[in-house]
Write a protein that binds this ligand. Structure first.
Ligand SMILES: [Zn+2]
Ligand SMILES: [Zn+2]
Ligand SMILES: [Zn+2]
Length: 326
């Protein structure tokens, strides 16, 4: 016995329309949740903030999605942050190791690979275009030059160094910190977990199609739905539809192998309490023999479909076949 628990958990996760919309966009636009640094110096996930709304804790949301294996870390980077304010937008500067002035200029020694001339890079600059001061040939690509040395020269005390000291100016309180003080903080980009893809495609694409079909048949539809049973317990369903006295409970079970009997039992546990006129369980790619054996006894109609493309048509046929009797 396994499988129904994650599905129930996932249904709860996806019951928030903004969550569904964000995941749907990530899937259909094939985009990652990428971190960026905002004007406040903090890490933001702009797409998530825009879709989930300002009142949602995006990092908490991501944490929950990762925990439920809906999202996974796609890449990680370490960024420099102020150790006090945890802002990731410090201004980096080169500081003179002798006099601590911050007005060093960068010099490099450059070789023209064509003629072998070596000189200060400023000597190659001929009024905005690059030209060799020795042979006079214009420099058309970076590959024609080889950098053979780089150093920093303080404009204040004229001392030179090839290993400069970096200092950072925090935007909050204008205080400085150096490479010994700085905080390195991991920021991650997230993608939809491959393992959740099938499930998501179903929830984000198939469920809305089923809901639309039922609405077109004149039902009042909730998808996903939370329905109170006769016991008082509230049950989650992918789709719940109502027309006059007729009610339809619909659940989609997706697996990599034929959906087993536990999916029927888990669905029956809900429908036994909700008592809909029709209970339809969609099994993708198929229903196992055990599941089929339970079908009649549990009052559940099983609809099998290999890849989900025929589900809407088949469910419609089941409902129409039921007639008005229910
Ligand atoms: Zn700071
Ligand atoms: Zn200096
Ligand atoms: Zn040259």
């Amino acid at each position: 016995m396994q499988a129904p628990a994650p599905r129930i958990e996932a249904t709860r996760l996806y019951s928030d329309p903004n969550t569904r919309e964000l995941l749907r966009r990530m899937l259909t636009d094939n985009v990652l949740l990428e971190p960026s640094i905002g004007a406040d110096g903090k890490v933001h996930y702009l797409l998530a903030e825009a879709v989930l709304g300002p009142e949602v804790d995006v990092k908490g949301w991501i944490g929950e999605m990762v925990e439920q294996a809906v999202l996974r870390k796609a890449s990680s980077r370490q960024v420099v942050m102020c150790p006090v304010h945890l802002r990731a937008d410090p201004m980096a500067m080169v500081e003179c190791v002798k006099c601590r002035a911050k007005n060093s200029v960068k010099r490099s020694l450059v070789e023209h690979t064509y003629c072998g001339y070596i000189g200060d890079d400023s000597r190659f600059d001929k009024g905005g275009t690059l030209q060799c001061p020795n042979c006079g040939r214009p420099i058309r690509s970076q590959s024609e030059l080889r950098v053979s040395g780089v150093w920093y020269e303080c404009q204040n005390c004229l001392s030179k160094t090839s290993s400069p000291r970096l200092v950072f100016l925090c935007k909050e309180g204008s205080h400085e910190f150096n490479t010994a003080d700085l905080a390195l903080v991991t920021i991650d980009a997230y993608s939809v977990n491959e393992k959740a893809l099938v499930e998501l495609r179903n929830t984000l694409l198939l469920d809305p199609e089923l809901a639309a079909m039922l609405a077109a048949m004149g039902y009042e539809v909730s998808a996903p739905a939370r329905v109170q049973g006769q016991s008082g317990s509230v049950h989650s369903l992918d789709v719940y539809a109502k027309k006059d006295l007729e009610t339809v409970a619909l659940q989609v079970a997706v697996d990599t192998k034929p959906v087993d009997a536990s999916a029927v039992i888990a669905f029956f546990a809900k429908t036994f309490d909700i008592k809909p006129s029709r209970a339809v369980l969609v099994a993708i790619p198929a229903a196992s023999e055990d599941a089929k054996r339970l079908e009649a006894g549990y009052g559940v109609s099983l609809v099998e479909d290999f890849d989900g493309s025929g589900v809407v048509r088949k469910v419609k046929a089941v409902l129409e076949g039921a007639g008005a009797s229910g």
